[in-house]
Design a protein around this ligand. Structure first.
Ligand code: GCB
Length: 609
Protein backbone atom coordinates (compact mmCIF):
# COMPACT_ATOMS: atom_id res chain seq x y z
CA UNK A 1 0.00 0.00 0.00
CA UNK A 2 2.75 2.36 1.01
CA UNK A 3 4.56 1.46 -2.12
CA UNK A 4 1.52 2.33 -4.23
CA UNK A 5 1.21 5.69 -2.46
CA UNK A 6 4.85 6.34 -3.06
CA UNK A 7 4.49 5.54 -6.73
CA UNK A 8 1.44 7.81 -7.07
CA UNK A 9 3.40 10.58 -5.44
CA UNK A 10 6.21 10.10 -7.91
CA UNK A 11 3.75 10.22 -10.81
CA UNK A 12 2.17 13.45 -9.47
CA UNK A 13 5.58 14.99 -8.88
CA UNK A 14 6.74 14.08 -12.34
CA UNK A 15 3.61 15.50 -13.97
CA UNK A 16 4.08 18.67 -11.95
CA UNK A 17 7.72 19.05 -12.80
CA UNK A 18 7.17 18.42 -16.54
CA UNK A 19 4.64 21.22 -16.65
CA UNK A 20 6.85 23.63 -14.74
CA UNK A 21 9.69 23.57 -17.28
CA UNK A 22 10.02 26.99 -18.84
CA UNK A 23 8.46 26.68 -22.29
CA UNK A 24 9.25 29.83 -24.22
CA UNK A 25 7.65 30.58 -27.54
CA UNK A 26 9.78 30.46 -30.66
CA UNK A 27 12.30 33.24 -31.18
CA UNK A 28 11.81 34.68 -34.65
CA UNK A 29 14.86 34.77 -36.96
CA UNK A 30 17.38 33.32 -34.53
CA UNK A 31 20.18 33.71 -37.09
CA UNK A 32 20.04 37.47 -36.82
CA UNK A 33 20.30 37.55 -33.01
CA UNK A 34 23.48 37.58 -30.96
CA UNK A 35 24.25 33.88 -31.03
CA UNK A 36 27.05 31.51 -30.16
CA UNK A 37 27.00 28.40 -32.33
CA UNK A 38 27.03 25.17 -30.38
CA UNK A 39 27.36 23.15 -33.57
CA UNK A 40 30.41 20.97 -34.02
CA UNK A 41 31.65 17.80 -32.36
CA UNK A 42 29.48 16.47 -29.55
CA UNK A 43 30.47 13.43 -27.46
CA UNK A 44 27.81 10.75 -27.45
CA UNK A 45 26.76 7.63 -25.56
CA UNK A 46 24.40 5.07 -27.10
CA UNK A 47 21.92 3.99 -24.46
CA UNK A 48 19.46 1.33 -25.70
CA UNK A 49 18.22 0.50 -22.18
CA UNK A 50 18.03 4.17 -21.10
CA UNK A 51 20.45 3.30 -18.36
CA UNK A 52 21.44 6.92 -18.00
CA UNK A 53 17.83 7.98 -17.47
CA UNK A 54 16.26 5.32 -15.22
CA UNK A 55 17.58 3.64 -12.10
CA UNK A 56 17.45 -0.14 -11.75
CA UNK A 57 13.82 0.09 -10.53
CA UNK A 58 13.06 2.02 -13.70
CA UNK A 59 12.36 5.26 -11.88
CA UNK A 60 13.75 8.30 -13.69
CA UNK A 61 16.80 9.82 -12.02
CA UNK A 62 15.67 13.30 -12.88
CA UNK A 63 12.47 12.79 -10.86
CA UNK A 64 14.34 11.57 -7.77
CA UNK A 65 14.79 13.70 -4.66
CA UNK A 66 18.26 14.85 -5.60
CA UNK A 67 17.42 15.09 -9.29
CA UNK A 68 20.78 13.57 -10.08
CA UNK A 69 22.22 10.16 -10.94
CA UNK A 70 21.68 10.25 -14.70
CA UNK A 71 24.20 10.70 -17.48
CA UNK A 72 23.23 14.38 -17.64
CA UNK A 73 25.32 14.88 -14.48
CA UNK A 74 28.30 14.51 -16.85
CA UNK A 75 30.48 13.20 -14.03
CA UNK A 76 34.13 12.24 -14.19
CA UNK A 77 35.93 9.88 -11.87
CA UNK A 78 37.62 11.88 -9.09
CA UNK A 79 39.74 9.14 -7.59
CA UNK A 80 40.58 5.60 -8.47
CA UNK A 81 38.01 4.07 -6.11
CA UNK A 82 35.04 5.87 -7.57
CA UNK A 83 32.58 3.89 -9.70
CA UNK A 84 31.12 5.76 -12.66
CA UNK A 85 29.92 3.62 -15.55
CA UNK A 86 29.96 6.26 -18.28
CA UNK A 87 32.31 8.96 -19.43
CA UNK A 88 31.46 11.57 -22.06
CA UNK A 89 35.05 12.76 -22.44
CA UNK A 90 36.20 9.28 -23.49
CA UNK A 91 33.15 8.56 -25.65
CA UNK A 92 33.13 8.99 -29.44
CA UNK A 93 32.06 12.22 -31.12
CA UNK A 94 29.57 13.01 -33.84
CA UNK A 95 28.79 16.12 -35.84
CA UNK A 96 25.96 18.37 -34.83
CA UNK A 97 23.91 19.16 -36.78
CA UNK A 98 23.75 15.62 -38.04
CA UNK A 99 21.65 12.50 -37.74
CA UNK A 100 23.38 9.62 -35.98
CA UNK A 101 22.35 6.99 -38.53
CA UNK A 102 24.67 8.31 -41.20
CA UNK A 103 27.61 8.89 -38.85
CA UNK A 104 28.15 5.41 -37.47
CA UNK A 105 27.50 2.07 -39.13
CA UNK A 106 26.39 0.72 -35.78
CA UNK A 107 23.65 3.34 -35.66
CA UNK A 108 22.34 3.03 -39.20
CA UNK A 109 19.14 1.28 -38.09
CA UNK A 110 19.21 2.36 -34.46
CA UNK A 111 16.01 3.60 -32.83
CA UNK A 112 16.21 4.58 -29.19
CA UNK A 113 18.16 6.87 -26.89
CA UNK A 114 21.50 8.53 -27.56
CA UNK A 115 23.00 11.03 -25.10
CA UNK A 116 24.91 13.92 -26.63
CA UNK A 117 27.09 16.38 -24.78
CA UNK A 118 28.75 19.64 -25.72
CA UNK A 119 30.90 21.77 -23.45
CA UNK A 120 31.12 25.50 -24.08
CA UNK A 121 32.31 28.65 -22.38
CA UNK A 122 30.09 31.58 -21.49
CA UNK A 123 30.41 34.94 -19.75
CA UNK A 124 26.82 35.78 -18.87
CA UNK A 125 25.99 39.43 -18.22
CA UNK A 126 23.50 40.38 -15.55
CA UNK A 127 21.12 42.50 -17.63
CA UNK A 128 20.78 39.94 -20.45
CA UNK A 129 18.63 36.88 -21.03
CA UNK A 130 20.02 33.63 -22.41
CA UNK A 131 18.45 30.77 -24.35
CA UNK A 132 19.59 27.50 -25.82
CA UNK A 133 17.97 27.07 -29.21
CA UNK A 134 17.60 23.84 -31.19
CA UNK A 135 16.60 23.92 -34.87
CA UNK A 136 15.33 20.32 -34.54
CA UNK A 137 15.95 17.15 -32.54
CA UNK A 138 14.34 13.88 -33.63
CA UNK A 139 12.14 12.94 -31.82
CA UNK A 140 11.95 13.48 -28.07
CA UNK A 141 14.60 15.65 -26.45
CA UNK A 142 15.35 15.98 -22.75
CA UNK A 143 17.75 18.87 -22.30
CA UNK A 144 20.02 19.49 -19.30
CA UNK A 145 22.42 22.30 -18.52
CA UNK A 146 25.08 21.69 -15.87
CA UNK A 147 23.10 18.72 -14.55
CA UNK A 148 19.79 20.61 -14.25
CA UNK A 149 16.86 19.76 -16.46
CA UNK A 150 15.75 22.56 -18.79
CA UNK A 151 12.83 20.75 -20.37
CA UNK A 152 11.43 18.24 -22.80
CA UNK A 153 10.46 18.72 -26.43
CA UNK A 154 8.63 16.36 -28.76
CA UNK A 155 8.53 16.66 -32.53
CA UNK A 156 11.45 15.99 -34.83
CA UNK A 157 11.33 18.90 -37.27
CA UNK A 158 10.46 22.12 -35.47
CA UNK A 159 12.61 24.51 -33.43
CA UNK A 160 12.45 24.95 -29.66
CA UNK A 161 14.33 26.82 -26.98
CA UNK A 162 14.76 26.92 -23.23
CA UNK A 163 15.68 29.92 -21.15
CA UNK A 164 18.98 29.52 -19.27
CA UNK A 165 19.23 32.96 -17.68
CA UNK A 166 20.65 32.44 -14.19
CA UNK A 167 21.55 28.83 -15.03
CA UNK A 168 24.49 29.61 -17.26
CA UNK A 169 27.85 29.59 -15.48
CA UNK A 170 30.71 31.97 -16.11
CA UNK A 171 33.33 29.70 -17.65
CA UNK A 172 32.67 26.13 -18.70
CA UNK A 173 29.14 24.75 -19.12
CA UNK A 174 27.93 21.25 -19.96
CA UNK A 175 24.91 20.90 -22.23
CA UNK A 176 23.48 17.37 -22.42
CA UNK A 177 20.67 16.17 -24.68
CA UNK A 178 18.92 12.83 -24.40
CA UNK A 179 17.60 12.31 -27.92
CA UNK A 180 15.16 9.45 -28.43
CA UNK A 181 13.78 8.55 -31.87
CA UNK A 182 11.64 5.59 -30.76
CA UNK A 183 8.52 5.41 -32.92
CA UNK A 184 5.27 5.38 -30.95
CA UNK A 185 1.65 4.97 -32.11
CA UNK A 186 0.33 8.16 -30.50
CA UNK A 187 3.03 10.47 -31.81
CA UNK A 188 3.29 12.77 -34.86
CA UNK A 189 4.36 11.05 -37.07
CA UNK A 190 3.12 7.69 -35.89
CA UNK A 191 4.99 4.36 -36.09
CA UNK A 192 4.45 3.84 -39.80
CA UNK A 193 6.07 6.07 -42.40
CA UNK A 194 7.93 5.65 -45.67
CA UNK A 195 11.12 7.49 -44.75
CA UNK A 196 14.22 6.86 -42.68
CA UNK A 197 13.80 7.61 -38.99
CA UNK A 198 16.96 9.68 -38.70
CA UNK A 199 17.68 10.35 -35.02
CA UNK A 200 19.65 13.02 -33.23
CA UNK A 201 20.25 16.75 -33.25
CA UNK A 202 19.65 17.24 -36.93
CA UNK A 203 19.68 21.06 -37.08
CA UNK A 204 21.63 23.99 -35.60
CA UNK A 205 22.13 24.57 -31.89
CA UNK A 206 22.75 28.09 -30.59
CA UNK A 207 23.16 29.94 -27.36
CA UNK A 208 21.36 33.26 -27.81
CA UNK A 209 21.97 36.41 -25.76
CA UNK A 210 19.01 38.78 -25.78
CA UNK A 211 18.12 42.03 -24.03
CA UNK A 212 15.63 41.96 -21.14
CA UNK A 213 12.54 42.96 -23.19
CA UNK A 214 13.52 41.31 -26.45
CA UNK A 215 11.43 41.03 -29.60
CA UNK A 216 10.19 37.47 -29.53
CA UNK A 217 8.31 37.43 -32.79
CA UNK A 218 7.47 39.71 -35.72
CA UNK A 219 5.72 39.56 -39.04
CA UNK A 220 5.89 41.79 -42.09
CA UNK A 221 3.69 40.65 -44.96
CA UNK A 222 1.05 41.98 -47.35
CA UNK A 223 -2.47 41.58 -46.05
CA UNK A 224 -4.78 39.19 -47.84
CA UNK A 225 -5.85 40.41 -51.26
CA UNK A 226 -3.78 43.61 -51.31
CA UNK A 227 -0.58 44.42 -53.16
CA UNK A 228 0.19 47.56 -51.20
CA UNK A 229 -1.04 47.19 -47.63
CA UNK A 230 1.50 45.79 -45.21
CA UNK A 231 0.72 44.21 -41.88
CA UNK A 232 3.43 44.72 -39.27
CA UNK A 233 3.18 42.62 -36.13
CA UNK A 234 5.57 42.56 -33.17
CA UNK A 235 5.42 40.56 -29.96
CA UNK A 236 7.84 41.36 -27.20
CA UNK A 237 8.79 38.49 -24.94
CA UNK A 238 6.95 40.19 -22.08
CA UNK A 239 4.08 42.64 -21.72
CA UNK A 240 6.12 45.84 -21.81
CA UNK A 241 4.05 48.79 -22.98
CA UNK A 242 5.49 51.88 -24.63
CA UNK A 243 8.52 50.33 -26.35
CA UNK A 244 9.28 51.99 -29.65
CA UNK A 245 9.94 49.63 -32.54
CA UNK A 246 11.01 50.83 -35.96
CA UNK A 247 10.59 48.86 -39.16
CA UNK A 248 12.69 50.04 -42.08
CA UNK A 249 13.21 49.03 -45.69
CA UNK A 250 15.90 51.45 -46.91
CA UNK A 251 15.48 50.46 -50.57
CA UNK A 252 11.84 51.55 -50.41
CA UNK A 253 12.61 54.56 -48.22
CA UNK A 254 10.19 53.03 -45.77
CA UNK A 255 10.67 53.77 -42.09
CA UNK A 256 7.92 53.63 -39.52
CA UNK A 257 7.94 53.64 -35.75
CA UNK A 258 5.22 52.12 -33.60
CA UNK A 259 4.78 51.73 -29.87
CA UNK A 260 3.92 48.50 -28.06
CA UNK A 261 0.60 48.20 -26.25
CA UNK A 262 -0.07 46.92 -22.73
CA UNK A 263 0.52 43.35 -23.91
CA UNK A 264 3.87 44.25 -25.45
CA UNK A 265 2.40 43.98 -28.96
CA UNK A 266 2.13 45.93 -32.17
CA UNK A 267 -0.34 45.04 -34.93
CA UNK A 268 -0.53 47.77 -37.55
CA UNK A 269 -1.41 48.05 -41.21
CA UNK A 270 -0.14 50.71 -43.56
CA UNK A 271 0.05 51.35 -47.27
CA UNK A 272 3.23 51.47 -49.32
CA UNK A 273 2.93 51.85 -53.04
CA UNK A 274 6.25 51.14 -54.68
CA UNK A 275 6.75 47.53 -53.67
CA UNK A 276 8.18 45.21 -56.33
CA UNK A 277 6.37 41.95 -55.78
CA UNK A 278 8.17 38.63 -55.31
CA UNK A 279 7.65 35.88 -57.89
CA UNK A 280 9.62 32.83 -59.06
CA UNK A 281 10.71 34.80 -62.14
CA UNK A 282 11.81 37.78 -60.04
CA UNK A 283 12.38 36.65 -56.47
CA UNK A 284 12.77 40.16 -55.13
CA UNK A 285 13.73 40.26 -51.46
CA UNK A 286 14.09 43.47 -49.48
CA UNK A 287 16.56 44.03 -46.68
CA UNK A 288 14.37 44.76 -43.67
CA UNK A 289 15.49 46.10 -40.29
CA UNK A 290 13.46 45.81 -37.12
CA UNK A 291 14.91 47.99 -34.38
CA UNK A 292 14.22 48.69 -30.76
CA UNK A 293 16.36 50.59 -28.25
CA UNK A 294 18.48 47.45 -27.69
CA UNK A 295 17.95 45.30 -30.76
CA UNK A 296 18.64 45.48 -34.44
CA UNK A 297 17.24 42.51 -36.33
CA UNK A 298 18.01 42.08 -40.02
CA UNK A 299 15.84 40.06 -42.36
CA UNK A 300 15.26 39.62 -46.08
CA UNK A 301 11.60 39.62 -46.92
CA UNK A 302 9.64 39.33 -50.16
CA UNK A 303 6.04 40.40 -50.71
CA UNK A 304 3.45 38.69 -52.88
CA UNK A 305 -0.18 37.70 -52.83
CA UNK A 306 -1.61 34.24 -53.27
CA UNK A 307 -5.27 33.31 -53.61
CA UNK A 308 -7.59 31.04 -55.51
CA UNK A 309 -10.47 32.06 -57.71
CA UNK A 310 -12.63 29.23 -59.05
CA UNK A 311 -10.22 26.83 -60.68
CA UNK A 312 -7.32 29.26 -60.74
CA UNK A 313 -4.39 29.91 -58.45
CA UNK A 314 -3.51 33.58 -58.58
CA UNK A 315 0.00 34.71 -57.72
CA UNK A 316 0.09 38.49 -57.55
CA UNK A 317 -3.28 38.41 -59.29
CA UNK A 318 -2.09 36.30 -62.24
CA UNK A 319 -3.08 32.70 -62.96
CA UNK A 320 -0.16 30.29 -62.55
CA UNK A 321 0.64 26.63 -63.06
CA UNK A 322 2.65 25.05 -60.23
CA UNK A 323 5.52 23.23 -61.95
CA UNK A 324 6.62 21.28 -58.93
CA UNK A 325 8.40 18.31 -57.47
CA UNK A 326 8.28 16.66 -54.04
CA UNK A 327 11.44 16.66 -51.93
CA UNK A 328 12.48 14.88 -48.72
CA UNK A 329 15.00 16.42 -46.32
CA UNK A 330 17.69 13.93 -47.28
CA UNK A 331 20.87 14.03 -49.29
CA UNK A 332 20.77 11.01 -51.62
CA UNK A 333 24.51 11.15 -52.28
CA UNK A 334 25.52 10.83 -48.63
CA UNK A 335 22.31 9.25 -47.32
CA UNK A 336 21.53 11.40 -44.33
CA UNK A 337 19.58 14.54 -43.50
CA UNK A 338 20.64 17.64 -45.43
CA UNK A 339 23.53 18.99 -43.42
CA UNK A 340 24.49 22.32 -44.90
CA UNK A 341 23.45 25.13 -47.18
CA UNK A 342 25.38 23.39 -49.97
CA UNK A 343 23.27 20.25 -49.60
CA UNK A 344 20.07 22.26 -49.69
CA UNK A 345 21.15 24.34 -52.65
CA UNK A 346 21.97 21.14 -54.57
CA UNK A 347 18.41 19.85 -54.11
CA UNK A 348 16.74 23.12 -55.09
CA UNK A 349 19.12 23.57 -58.01
CA UNK A 350 18.05 20.18 -59.38
CA UNK A 351 14.43 21.33 -59.15
CA UNK A 352 15.35 24.50 -61.07
CA UNK A 353 17.06 22.42 -63.75
CA UNK A 354 13.79 20.60 -64.25
CA UNK A 355 12.23 24.04 -64.78
CA UNK A 356 10.23 23.93 -61.56
CA UNK A 357 8.75 27.04 -60.01
CA UNK A 358 7.46 25.12 -56.98
CA UNK A 359 8.51 22.44 -54.50
CA UNK A 360 6.62 20.32 -52.02
CA UNK A 361 8.76 20.03 -48.91
CA UNK A 362 7.36 16.67 -47.80
CA UNK A 363 6.31 15.32 -45.26
CA UNK A 364 7.39 17.49 -42.35
CA UNK A 365 8.91 20.92 -41.81
CA UNK A 366 12.26 21.20 -43.58
CA UNK A 367 15.14 23.35 -42.36
CA UNK A 368 14.43 27.09 -42.04
CA UNK A 369 17.48 27.63 -44.26
CA UNK A 370 15.82 25.56 -47.02
CA UNK A 371 12.81 27.86 -47.04
CA UNK A 372 15.04 30.93 -47.04
CA UNK A 373 16.89 29.48 -50.05
CA UNK A 374 13.58 28.91 -51.82
CA UNK A 375 12.84 32.60 -51.20
CA UNK A 376 16.17 33.53 -52.72
CA UNK A 377 16.09 31.09 -55.65
CA UNK A 378 12.49 31.75 -56.65
CA UNK A 379 10.71 28.53 -55.77
CA UNK A 380 7.19 28.50 -54.36
CA UNK A 381 6.80 26.16 -51.40
CA UNK A 382 4.21 23.72 -50.06
CA UNK A 383 5.14 23.28 -46.37
CA UNK A 384 3.81 20.30 -44.44
CA UNK A 385 3.47 18.75 -40.98
CA UNK A 386 4.00 15.00 -40.41
CA UNK A 387 0.33 14.15 -39.91
CA UNK A 388 0.94 11.15 -42.10
CA UNK A 389 -1.20 8.01 -42.66
CA UNK A 390 -2.95 6.52 -39.64
CA UNK A 391 -2.61 8.89 -36.70
CA UNK A 392 -4.30 8.36 -33.30
CA UNK A 393 -7.20 10.59 -34.27
CA UNK A 394 -9.02 10.25 -30.97
CA UNK A 395 -6.18 11.00 -28.59
CA UNK A 396 -6.32 14.66 -27.42
CA UNK A 397 -2.58 14.65 -26.66
CA UNK A 398 -1.85 13.56 -30.24
CA UNK A 399 -3.98 16.40 -31.54
CA UNK A 400 -2.27 18.89 -29.23
CA UNK A 401 1.09 17.72 -30.54
CA UNK A 402 0.02 18.05 -34.21
CA UNK A 403 -1.37 21.50 -33.51
CA UNK A 404 1.86 22.55 -31.81
CA UNK A 405 3.99 21.36 -34.74
CA UNK A 406 1.75 23.19 -37.21
CA UNK A 407 1.89 26.33 -35.07
CA UNK A 408 5.67 26.21 -34.77
CA UNK A 409 6.01 25.78 -38.53
CA UNK A 410 3.76 28.74 -39.27
CA UNK A 411 5.41 30.92 -36.64
CA UNK A 412 8.84 30.11 -38.06
CA UNK A 413 8.13 30.55 -41.79
CA UNK A 414 5.37 33.16 -41.98
CA UNK A 415 7.73 35.85 -43.31
CA UNK A 416 8.83 33.74 -46.27
CA UNK A 417 7.24 34.83 -49.55
CA UNK A 418 8.01 31.44 -51.09
CA UNK A 419 5.60 29.60 -48.80
CA UNK A 420 2.15 29.62 -50.39
CA UNK A 421 0.59 26.48 -48.88
CA UNK A 422 0.36 25.15 -45.33
CA UNK A 423 -0.30 21.43 -45.63
CA UNK A 424 -1.96 19.80 -42.65
CA UNK A 425 -1.19 16.22 -43.61
CA UNK A 426 -0.76 13.40 -46.08
CA UNK A 427 -2.95 10.42 -47.07
CA UNK A 428 -5.03 10.33 -43.91
CA UNK A 429 -7.74 7.64 -44.05
CA UNK A 430 -11.41 8.69 -44.02
CA UNK A 431 -13.28 8.55 -40.72
CA UNK A 432 -15.23 10.99 -38.65
CA UNK A 433 -12.61 11.43 -35.88
CA UNK A 434 -10.05 12.08 -38.61
CA UNK A 435 -12.32 14.65 -40.24
CA UNK A 436 -12.69 16.63 -37.03
CA UNK A 437 -8.94 16.35 -36.24
CA UNK A 438 -8.01 17.59 -39.72
CA UNK A 439 -10.72 20.27 -39.85
CA UNK A 440 -9.46 21.66 -36.57
CA UNK A 441 -5.92 21.74 -37.95
CA UNK A 442 -7.18 23.59 -41.03
CA UNK A 443 -8.87 26.15 -38.78
CA UNK A 444 -5.69 26.51 -36.73
CA UNK A 445 -3.67 27.23 -39.86
CA UNK A 446 -6.18 29.86 -41.00
CA UNK A 447 -6.39 31.51 -37.62
CA UNK A 448 -2.60 31.85 -37.49
CA UNK A 449 -2.23 33.01 -41.09
CA UNK A 450 -5.08 34.04 -43.34
CA UNK A 451 -2.81 35.03 -46.24
CA UNK A 452 -1.83 31.59 -47.50
CA UNK A 453 -3.63 28.56 -48.86
CA UNK A 454 -4.40 25.61 -46.62
CA UNK A 455 -4.31 22.12 -48.11
CA UNK A 456 -3.63 18.43 -47.48
CA UNK A 457 -2.56 15.55 -49.70
CA UNK A 458 -5.82 13.58 -49.98
CA UNK A 459 -6.57 10.13 -51.39
CA UNK A 460 -8.81 8.99 -54.24
CA UNK A 461 -10.78 5.84 -54.91
CA UNK A 462 -11.90 4.17 -58.14
CA UNK A 463 -15.10 2.95 -59.69
CA UNK A 464 -14.43 1.27 -63.05
CA UNK A 465 -12.39 3.70 -65.08
CA UNK A 466 -13.28 6.69 -62.96
CA UNK A 467 -10.97 8.10 -60.30
CA UNK A 468 -13.12 9.76 -57.66
CA UNK A 469 -12.22 12.50 -55.22
CA UNK A 470 -14.96 13.25 -52.72
CA UNK A 471 -13.14 13.35 -49.38
CA UNK A 472 -15.26 15.65 -47.16
CA UNK A 473 -12.07 17.39 -46.00
CA UNK A 474 -12.02 18.87 -49.52
CA UNK A 475 -14.63 21.39 -48.35
CA UNK A 476 -12.35 22.81 -45.69
CA UNK A 477 -9.23 23.34 -47.78
CA UNK A 478 -8.32 25.58 -50.69
CA UNK A 479 -6.99 23.09 -53.21
CA UNK A 480 -8.12 19.78 -54.63
CA UNK A 481 -4.79 18.19 -53.81
CA UNK A 482 -4.36 14.43 -53.92
CA UNK A 483 -1.97 11.55 -54.47
CA UNK A 484 -2.67 8.86 -57.05
CA UNK A 485 -0.47 5.97 -58.12
CA UNK A 486 -2.03 4.82 -61.40
CA UNK A 487 0.50 2.70 -63.26
CA UNK A 488 2.41 1.74 -60.13
CA UNK A 489 0.28 0.48 -57.24
CA UNK A 490 -2.84 0.00 -59.39
CA UNK A 491 -4.29 0.53 -62.84
CA UNK A 492 -2.08 -1.83 -64.85
CA UNK A 493 0.95 -0.97 -66.93
CA UNK A 494 1.77 2.65 -67.77
CA UNK A 495 0.16 2.51 -71.22
CA UNK A 496 -3.12 1.31 -69.71
CA UNK A 497 -3.73 4.28 -67.41
CA UNK A 498 -4.90 6.77 -70.03
CA UNK A 499 -8.30 5.06 -69.88
CA UNK A 500 -9.02 6.76 -66.56
CA UNK A 501 -10.96 9.95 -66.16
CA UNK A 502 -11.64 11.97 -63.03
CA UNK A 503 -14.73 12.79 -61.03
CA UNK A 504 -13.84 15.61 -58.65
CA UNK A 505 -16.43 16.94 -56.27
CA UNK A 506 -15.00 20.39 -55.65
CA UNK A 507 -14.69 23.39 -57.93
CA UNK A 508 -11.20 24.39 -56.83
CA UNK A 509 -7.74 24.33 -58.43
CA UNK A 510 -6.46 20.76 -58.78
CA UNK A 511 -2.87 20.19 -57.69
CA UNK A 512 -1.63 16.59 -57.85
CA UNK A 513 0.52 16.14 -54.77
CA UNK A 514 1.99 12.77 -55.84
CA UNK A 515 2.23 10.26 -58.63
CA UNK A 516 5.20 8.16 -59.65
CA UNK A 517 6.89 4.79 -59.81
CA UNK A 518 10.24 3.22 -58.98
CA UNK A 519 13.15 2.93 -61.37
CA UNK A 520 16.63 1.73 -60.53
CA UNK A 521 18.99 4.27 -62.08
CA UNK A 522 20.87 2.68 -64.99
CA UNK A 523 18.56 -0.34 -65.28
CA UNK A 524 17.18 -0.41 -68.84
CA UNK A 525 14.49 -2.68 -70.28
CA UNK A 526 11.19 -2.33 -72.14
CA UNK A 527 8.49 -0.07 -70.80
CA UNK A 528 6.50 -2.89 -69.21
CA UNK A 529 9.41 -4.06 -67.08
CA UNK A 530 9.10 -2.97 -63.47
CA UNK A 531 12.04 -1.06 -61.99
CA UNK A 532 13.39 0.00 -65.39
CA UNK A 533 13.95 3.63 -66.33
CA UNK A 534 11.77 2.98 -69.39
CA UNK A 535 8.84 1.91 -67.22
CA UNK A 536 9.10 5.08 -65.15
CA UNK A 537 9.47 7.19 -68.32
CA UNK A 538 6.32 5.66 -69.84
CA UNK A 539 4.50 6.13 -66.56
CA UNK A 540 5.30 9.84 -66.52
CA UNK A 541 4.27 10.28 -70.18
CA UNK A 542 0.94 8.56 -69.64
CA UNK A 543 0.28 10.23 -66.30
CA UNK A 544 0.71 13.60 -68.01
CA UNK A 545 -1.71 12.55 -70.76
CA UNK A 546 -4.22 11.32 -68.18
CA UNK A 547 -3.93 14.33 -65.87
CA UNK A 548 -4.11 16.84 -68.70
CA UNK A 549 -7.78 15.85 -69.10
CA UNK A 550 -8.56 17.65 -65.83
CA UNK A 551 -9.67 21.18 -66.78
CA UNK A 552 -8.89 22.53 -63.34
CA UNK A 553 -5.34 21.11 -63.27
CA UNK A 554 -3.11 23.90 -61.95
CA UNK A 555 -0.05 22.07 -60.79
CA UNK A 556 1.69 18.96 -59.57
CA UNK A 557 4.51 17.71 -57.40
CA UNK A 558 5.30 14.16 -58.64
CA UNK A 559 6.95 11.79 -56.21
CA UNK A 560 9.93 12.55 -55.99
CA UNK A 561 13.09 14.53 -56.90
CA UNK A 562 15.65 11.98 -55.72
CA UNK A 563 15.76 8.39 -54.51
CA UNK A 564 15.51 8.27 -50.72
CA UNK A 565 16.14 5.76 -47.97
CA UNK A 566 13.21 3.87 -46.52
CA UNK A 567 13.12 0.84 -44.20
CA UNK A 568 9.95 -0.28 -45.99
CA UNK A 569 11.72 -0.96 -49.28
CA UNK A 570 13.39 -4.33 -49.11
CA UNK A 571 13.79 -5.80 -52.57
CA UNK A 572 17.45 -6.96 -52.51
CA UNK A 573 18.22 -6.00 -56.10
CA UNK A 574 16.04 -3.02 -56.95
CA UNK A 575 15.51 -1.36 -53.61
CA UNK A 576 17.89 -2.39 -50.87
CA UNK A 577 16.27 0.05 -48.42
CA UNK A 578 15.81 2.73 -51.07
CA UNK A 579 12.56 4.10 -52.41
CA UNK A 580 13.44 4.38 -56.13
CA UNK A 581 10.75 6.82 -57.20
CA UNK A 582 13.35 9.55 -57.56
CA UNK A 583 13.85 11.23 -60.93
CA UNK A 584 17.48 11.44 -59.87
CA UNK A 585 19.30 8.36 -58.58
CA UNK A 586 21.31 8.05 -55.40
CA UNK A 587 24.44 8.71 -57.45
CA UNK A 588 23.00 12.00 -58.70
CA UNK A 589 22.21 10.76 -62.21
CA UNK A 590 19.04 11.95 -63.90
CA UNK A 591 16.72 9.15 -64.97
CA UNK A 592 14.81 9.26 -68.26
CA UNK A 593 11.57 10.43 -66.63
CA UNK A 594 13.33 13.58 -65.42
CA UNK A 595 13.37 14.82 -69.00
CA UNK A 596 9.71 13.93 -69.60
CA UNK A 597 8.69 16.16 -66.72
CA UNK A 598 11.12 18.87 -67.79
CA UNK A 599 9.54 18.89 -71.28
CA UNK A 600 6.05 19.14 -69.84
CA UNK A 601 7.10 22.00 -67.58
CA UNK A 602 8.66 23.84 -70.52
CA UNK A 603 5.27 23.65 -72.26
CA UNK A 604 3.39 24.78 -69.16
CA UNK A 605 5.73 27.70 -68.76
CA UNK A 606 4.84 28.90 -72.25
CA UNK A 607 1.13 28.27 -71.74
CA UNK A 608 1.00 30.29 -68.52
CA UNK A 609 3.28 33.11 -69.60
C1 GCB B 1 2.81 7.85 -50.85
C2 GCB B 1 3.38 8.59 -49.70
C3 GCB B 1 4.88 8.75 -49.79
C4 GCB B 1 5.48 7.42 -50.22
C5 GCB B 1 4.97 7.08 -51.59
C6 GCB B 1 5.47 5.73 -52.13
O1 GCB B 1 1.68 7.93 -51.15
O2 GCB B 1 2.77 9.84 -49.51
O3 GCB B 1 5.38 9.16 -48.55
O4 GCB B 1 6.87 7.43 -50.18
O5 GCB B 1 3.57 7.02 -51.57
O6 GCB B 1 6.55 5.69 -52.67
O7 GCB B 1 4.74 4.75 -51.99
Amino acid sequence: MLKLKYRLLIICLSLFSVSTYAQVSSIQNIQSRKILSLNGKWNYIVDPYENGFYDYRHDPFDQSKSGSGGFYDDRVQKDKTELIEYNFDLSPQMNVPGDWNSQSEKLELYEGTVWLRRKFNAQPETDKRYFVYFGAVNYEAHVYLNGKKLGIHKGGFTPFQFEVTGKLKAGENSLVVKADNTRKPDEIPTINTDWWNYGGITRDVFLAELPAHYINDYKLQLIKGSNNTLNFVVKLADATAGQEITVAIPELKLEKTFTTDAEGKINQQFQWNKINLWSPEKPKLYAVTIKSANENIQDKIGFRTIETSGNNILLNGKSIFLRGISIHDENPLLAGRLRSEGDMRMMLQWAKEMNCNYVRLAHYPHNEEMVRLADEMGLLVWAEVPVYWTISWENPATYANAKQQLTDLIVRDKNRASVIVWSIGNETPLSSPRLSFMSNLAETARSLDDTRLVAAALEVHREGNTIILNDPLGEKIDLVSFNEYAGWYWGGTPSEITRYSFNIKYNKPVVITEFGGDALGGFHADENTRWSEEYQEALYKNQITMLSKIDALRGMTPWILTDFRSPRRQHPVYQNFWNRKGLISETGKKKKAFFVLQDFYNQMQVKYK
